[in-house]
Design a protein around this ligand. Structure first.
Ligand code: ZN
Length: 270
């Protein structure tokens, strides 16, 4: 799939429109999508562009299922994320937390003064998640916009037929899932001769739970990955794109007309 020839870039890419056209878009409903990835090491076999490539590819597949009437528009991807946990590995290029925060706040404010009411930070890098939750809330407070954060892997329950539980739980970086996705998107960017299988030891502490251990990648892994990259295939990657994009297209459509007051049940008894 040539993602840059997809509908996401050819029809639903906000900056392809003129200021006149953007001014005329309906603003009451509608959603702006800011893809956020990373440029960071993903083991000896994957390109350092992996996360941003995956954001572009998954959104291309998702936007193929949307129409102009859905009023969901993509911004240019923010290729760099906060990847300080991979710094020192060649090719890792990171923003600091404060820089990423400022860039996203500036983009968000610009979206708001263009008249839009909703933005989603669409993320594909685990190391961005904590920060993006905080930034999303700050942006909501500073602009009054409705701000959402989505991770591509929010929908990994869709993938249980394709991958082992071990892979879906502990395959957190550069494993079967990400390698299969990159194979499906840019096969020649993967060197399977170097694909490792290495899982971090999840028997000691739950690194996602409490107590939280502030790890950097060299604490977890010798090869720079955690997962079974050797098991990756193009076919699995194509299946992931189909399964995730369907759920993501549905969710984007739902968010495009969500109102925050829907959270209030209005059942207060006075
Ligand atoms: Zn990744």
């Amino acid at each position: 799939m040539n993602r840059y020839k997809s509908k996401a870039w050819q029809e639903l890419f906000l900056p392809r429109l003129s200021k006149r056209e953007i001014g005329e878009l309906e603003k009451e409903n509608g959603l702006i999508v800011l893809p956020i990835g990373a440029v960071e090491q993903h083991g000896p076999h994957l390109p350092v562009y992996t996360d941003t490539l995956i954001a572009e590819g998954i959104l291309a597949a998702s936007f193929n299922q949307l129409a102009i009437e859905n009023n969901v528009w993509m911004l240019p991807p923010l290729a760099y994320g906060k990847s300080t946990e991979h710094l020192g590995h060649p090719g890792t290029i990171t923003l600091s937390a404060t820089t990423l925060q400022q860039v996203i706040i500036d983009i968000g404010k610009s979206v708001q003064v263009s008249g839009f009411r909703r933005i989603v930070l669409f993320n594909t890098h685990g190391g961005n998640i904590d920060l993006l939750n905080m930034i999303a809330r700050e942006l909501r407070i500073e602009t009054g916009m409705m701000v959402f954060r989505m991770n591509a892997m929010d929908f990994k329950s869709q993938l249980t037929e394709l991958f082992s539980e071990k892979e879906l739980t502990d395959g957190i970086h550069g494993g079967d899932v990400e390698t299969s996705l990159v194979l499906a998107l840019e096969k020649d960017w993967v060197d399977m001769d170097y694909a490792p299988t290495e899982f971090y030891n999840s028997d000691v502490l739950d690194i996602k739970g409490g107590p939280f251990a502030a790890w950097v990648i060299d604490d977890l892994s010798e090869t720079g990955i955690s997962g079974d990259a050797k098991a990756a295939t193009v076919e699995k990657g194509e299946e992931i794109l189909i399964k995730l994009s369907k759920k993501i297209a549905e969710t984007l459509t739902e968010l495009s007309c969500f109102e925050m007051e829907q959270f209030q049940k209005k059942t207060v008894v006075k």
